[in-house]
Design a protein around this ligand. Structure first.
Ligand code: FES
Length: 118
């Protein structure tokens, strides 16, 4: 991870990202963007254990549960909590620019996330 993004993705207007409803970006690799009670996070969407989309998982607080084998991933850090996954997924910094949610791919997110107000 670096401070210089690999690329910047303009995702949507901030009001389109509903709390608890992830937005899946069909990038390579896929990235999901999350609104947890007004705080934005972005992670690599594919589970580090196998080929599951974390955007299909259940969200509880900042933990998303993989729909395949139930490992949970912390959106703040990308770290798995509970087997079988043992490898974190990447987090990506999020900015709100003129009301647009922008993902800075390859720049690690701050654990406190990004408030919807920017
Ligand atoms: S595919 Fe996610 S825990 Fe197995």
């Amino acid at each position: 991870m670096s401070e210089t993004p690999e690329r910047e993705l303009s995702v949507c207007r901030v009001e389109e990202l509903e709390p608890g409803e992830p937005m899946l970006l069909e990038t390579v690799p896929p990235i999901s963007v999350w609104n947890v009670d007004g705080v934005l996070y972005a992670i690599d969407d594919t589970c580090s254990h196998a080929d599951a989309s974390l955007a299909d998982g259940d969200l509880e607080g900042c933990l998303v549960e993989c729909p395949f084998h139930m490992s949970q991933f912390d959106l703040r850090t990308g770290e798995p909590e509970g087997l079988p996954a043992t490898t974190p997924v990447r987090t990506h910094a999020v900015e709100v620019r003129d009301g647009m949610v922008t993902v800075l791919v390859g720049v690690a997110a701050r654990p406190e996330g990004t408030p919807v107000g920017g």
